[in-house]
Design a binder for this molecule. Structure first.
Ligand code: NI
Length: 168
């Protein structure tokens, strides 16, 4: 495993839709391993492959409540409800914002064995997964934020709402 460099928001690969994965080979498994290591090293809760410069529809996530999730070619089947929460992004250092997301989602994806899996998520995990799928579509949370929050204000928010403002 190896750490990969996380690109920032003015890199073009973050602004292009990532390509569908056709083959789950050794290189792809190495990418998944590296992405997990890179996410943990950066204390993030999610990471999309194009954040490390690879234009493939691959994401990893860990909300802390359950084990790590790895998804290949994720697609959203269903979205319910709406919730506004604070988000940050490993590719947009120092910036936070309030973003409206679906409260519950159902996704279809492939796992690392190439099997089709269905994931139901709500709350923080649903938010992380929507943020990562946006990355794969070339969209950043700053495009969607209802309001951007300056770092000083964020320090106050972090004290009161521990779960908010995770970076992914
Ligand atoms: Ni992000």
């Amino acid at each position: 495993m190896a750490l990969r460099q996380i690109l920032n928001d003015n890199h073009p690969v973050l602004r292009s839709p990532a390509r569908e994965v056709k083959n789950i080979n050794k290189g792809l498994l190495r990418l998944l391993d590296d992405m997990l290591e890179t996410m943990h090293d950066a204390s993030g809760v999610g990471l999309a492959a194009n954040q490390v410069g690879v234009s493939k529809r691959v994401l990893v996530a860990s909300s802390g409540e359950e084990s790590v999730i790895e998804l290949i070619n994720p697609c959203c089947l269903q979205a319910e409800g709406e919730e506004v929460g604070v988000e940050g992004c490993l590719s947009v250092p120092g910036q936070y914002g309030e973003v409206s997301r679906a409260e519950k989602i159902t996704l279809l994806a492939l796992n690392r064995e190439g099997h089709e899996i269905c994931i139901k998520a709500e709350g923080l995990l649903a938010r992380i997964l929507q943020h990562e799928i946006d990355h794969l579509d070339g969209v950043l949370f700053t495009d969607k934020a209802l309001r951007l929050i300056d770092p000083e204000e964020m320090q106050g928010e972090e004290k009161s709402e521990e779960k908010d403002g995770e970076k992914s």
